[in-house]
Ligand binder design. Structure first.
Ligand SMILES: [Zn+2]
Length: 62
């Protein structure tokens, strides 16, 4: 015989466990380099800077 739970969890217990399962909205911050909005912990798509360092070459189309 395989191990089985002795009794069923209550709805309350299940819901208490799932209280921490929610997703949060993506964090958007202002780029220190070019002052545009960008995703947190991502290379800035506008100026190519990450953590104060140039990591991508920027194509200027203007
Ligand atoms: Zn930037």
């Amino acid at each position: 015989m395989t191990p089985q739970p002795k009794r069923r969890h209550s709805k309350s217990r299940t819901r208490q466990r799932r209280a921490h399962d929610g997703l949060s909205a993506v964090k958007i911050v202002r780029c220190k380099s070019c002052r545009q909005m960008r995703l947190a912990h991502r290379v800035c798509p506008n100026c190519g800077v990450y953590a104060g360092r140039q990591v991508l070459s920027v194509e200027e189309n203007a």
